[in-house]
Design a protein around this ligand. Structure first.
Ligand code: CTP
Length: 275
């Protein structure tokens, strides 16, 4: 017998809404109080207004301080993560967007909550706090790999005639950390921005190393662009590729639909096994 913990999600209703195939899925997550009640269909669970997964999305760059006015950053605009949050909340799914330093303002929606972060460490805290109350994590943020080891956050470094060496330390791998504290029903989707010639090999390596359920692989040119060409690789070996380049809004829909379809498939498979 397959327990609820073995399934990604449960398909409970299926229908057409506004031209978008929409379905309500329910994961077997612990409640916020830590209880793990017997799961049933939505409504039986006593949470009538909620359908669909609760989705946690990260977007944008991190800023790692060097001193009180300078920082190390990258070219990420946050566009893809914001588009994903808009696509998820437009479905009525409870969506939390953790947004780094970015000028973007996501479209407001009653199902979308936005919290801001600046550093990898801020994001780490927010993820620890929010992840237990979500079902999917889509980690589109371009998190720094290194940060200044001794930032002078209270002062401004002064010019001298000597060279200046910045000592950097590795940041924690946030996805790998979350893998260790995730429940079996939660799903983690990472991003890999890689040189086109090595895209799939490197993405496959990250999918395994970070214990992800799926990874979106896109070439480096995607960063700060309005368009995306992407591959979506699932841990079960299934592979998808966009038909050419898409706007980031279209790319976000494409990713959400593929993941949604995977949830439906697993729901069907688990129904087969439990019959
Ligand atoms: N990521 C993370 N924590 C970090 C760095 C990255 O969780 N400290 C996440 C990113 O948000 C992304 C995925 O890991 O979803 C891949 O990020 P990437 O920078 O491509 O991978 P790295 O682990 O940094 O590996 P490499 O430096 O070899 O590219």
């Amino acid at each position: 017998m397959v327990t609820y913990d073995d399934v990604w999600s449960r398909v409970v209703t299926c229908g057409q809404m506004g031209g978008v195939m929409s379905f309500a899925m329910q994961s077997d997550s612990m409640t916020d109080s830590g209880e793990n009640p017997v799961r049933g269909f939505l409504g039986q669970r006593g949470q009538p207004g909620r359908s669909g997964p609760r989705v946690l999305i990260t977007a944008g760059p991190t800023h790692e301080p060097i001193d009180s006015v300078r920082y190390l950053a990258n070219r990420s605009s946050g566009k893809m993560g914001v588009a994903l949050a808009e696509a998820s909340s437009a479905r009525g799914w409870t969506t939390t967007l953790l947004l780094g330093p970015s000028a973007l303002r996501p479209a407001t929606s009653s199902s979308l909550t936005v919290e801001r972060f600046r550093t990898t460490s801020d994001l780490q805290q927010l993820l620890r706090e929010h992840w237990p109350r979500h079902d999917w994590l889509i980690m589109a943020a371009a998190v720094a790999d290194y940060r200044p080891k001794h930032p002078s956050t209270e002062t401004k470094l002064r010019r001298t005639s000597s060279d200046l060496a910045l000592e950097l330390e590795p940041t924690p791998d946030l996805l790998a950390e979350l893998a260790a504290i995730s429940r079996p029903d939660q799903r983690r989707i990472g991003f890999a921005l890689e040189p086109a010639r090595d895209l799939i090999r490197r993405a496959e390596e990250k999918l395994a190393r970070k214990h992800l359920d799926a990874i979106v692989a896109n070439p480096i040119e995607t960063m700060d662009s309005d368009r995306i060409t992407a591959h979506l690789l699932f841990a079960d070996g299934s592979r998808f590729e966009t038909a050419g380049s898409l706007s980031k809004a279209e790319g976000a829909e494409w990713v959400i639909e593929r993941v949604e379809e995977k949830g439906r498939e697993e729901g069907r498979e688990s129904n087969e096994v439990t019959k």
